[in-house]
Design a protein around this ligand. Structure first.
Ligand SMILES: C[S@@+](CC[C@H](N)C(=O)[O-])C[C@H]1O[C@@H](n2cnc3c(N)ncnc32)[C@H](O)[C@@H]1O
Length: 371
């Protein structure tokens, strides 16, 4: 859907934080794939909703950020990086050409080293076809699918990306869009969720559970498309609606690097982030120290549900099942061990190999049944 108002538009708070995450991640992604020990001859950075590359305040958009990440981190002699940008608003397409010319007055690399395609069309009709045309398949692709949050992305494209070598996606989602338009979208909306209609049961849920339901259904769709590792998080601006980013990869290293990028986001922007699975919806960036409350709750739940576990297992759970880093686990467990909620086989010492479990609660005389 073309932009309703003027182009460019002003950048909102969470867009700044989102750009910070893209930049930090791509500054890792390009060098690993083009300059690492198992480097590929080429990679492709693709956007299905590229925008004009600039905001009305002069801040650069994601296409420029991606090119800067490449040129600042990978020597010109290392491989080929294709850039593919699709947008269905002609004004965005024209402005993106202009913006790139201004941002890189001297072409940073030869045309062969950075082939560039900017295409007017929808993500559905043009992204896959353009990836075909530039011969991107068979080499890693990073697909940034940053729509207005309605994610009109063909499921087939997600499936193809998931089976392509070392390829990853990041999708912007506004669950409220689906909550609001569930009856208008009807069956047509099922395609976004991989053909599954479960998302539409959102109408029967209480308001507080709706966003989480949509997010869970979208995670399941990405998983069904073929991405075994998912990382989703909610960016919370001081003003306005929260925004969700869902990242899909087939590599643990991808999750780790995305999480590192997330935790390094410039906090002075005042945007917090949240683990969408935390029942108490605690924002993690309010203070200088990470807020470990949600992780503590998730660890306690896990130990209750699954019984004793090694700290290493819990670190793995934190990496793959929460927004936290493995390094946060021991810090979150320490107060639980100190107050006796959790016991460790090594007493108060917690190592990666320690076995920890919920302390058994003695039966209370009040609740005990009379003989
Ligand atoms: C959120 S903006 C993209 C911002 C950009 N990724 C950035 O961070 O700088 C969404 C863009 O998607 C475009 N758009 C909306 N629906 C589309 C569709 N179905 N296919 C392609 N582009 C679309 C709009 O014209 C708009 O430029």
């Amino acid at each position: 859907m073309p932009v309703k108002g003027p182009v460019p538009w002003s950048r909102d708070e969470h867009t700044g934080a989102k750009h910070d995450i893209y930049r930090r991640y791509l500054e890792r992604w390009f060098p690993i794939l083009l300059n690492g020990s198992n480097a590929y001859p080429s990679v492709t950075y693709a956007e299905g909703f590229s925008g004009p590359g600039i905001y009305s305040g002069g801040e650069f958009g994601s296409p420029v950020i991606a090119m800067q990440a490449l040129t600042s981190k990978v020597p010109a002699t290392k491989g080929v990086a294709r850039f593919v940008f699709v947008d269905d608003d002609q004004r965005c397409v024209d402005m993106l050409w202009d913006t790139l010319r201004k941002a890189f007055p001297e072409r940073p690399r030869s045309e062969d080293a950075i082939p560039l395609k900017i295409v007017k069309g929808t993500c559905t009709s043009h992204l896959e076809a353009t990836l075909d045309a530039v011969r991107a398949w068979g080499q890693p692709i990073f697909a940034n699918l940053d729509s207005w949050g309605n994610a009109p992305v063909p499921f087939r494209l997600l499936q193809r990306l998931a089976t392509n070598v070392s390829s990853e996606v990041i999708v912007t989602l506004f669950p409220q869009h689906f909550v609001r338009f569930v009856s208008d979208l009807g069956e047509a909306g099922d395609e976004i969720f991989g053909g599954d209609s479960t998302w539409r049961t959102v109408t029967n849920l209480p308001p507080a559970a709706k966003s989480r339901h949509i997010l869970t259904c979208y995670r399941q769709a990405l998983h069904a498309a073929g991405f075994p590792y998912l990382l989703d998080f909610e960016l919370i601006p001081r003003h306005g609606q929260p925004l969700y980013l869902v990242f899909g990869t087939r590599h643990r290293l991808g999750v780790k690097k995305m999480k590192d990028s997330l935790w390094e986001v410039d906090r002075t922007q005042g945007v917090g982030f949240r683990d969408p699975r935390d029942e108490q919806a605690e924002t993690l960036f309010d203070l200088d120290q990470p807020q470990l409350g949600p992780l503590t709750r998730l660890l306690v739940q896990k130990l209750r549900d699954n019984g004793p576990a090694r700290v290493e297992e819990l670190r793995n759970f934190a990496l793959l099942g929460t927004v936290y880093r493995p390094e946060h686990v021991i810090t979150a467990l320490r107060p639980l061990v100190a107050d006796g909620t959790v016991t460790s086989e090594n007493g108060r010492v917690l190592r990666r190999s320690s076995l920890v479990s919920m302390a058994s609660v003695p039966a209370s005389p009040v609740s005990a049944k009379p003989a």
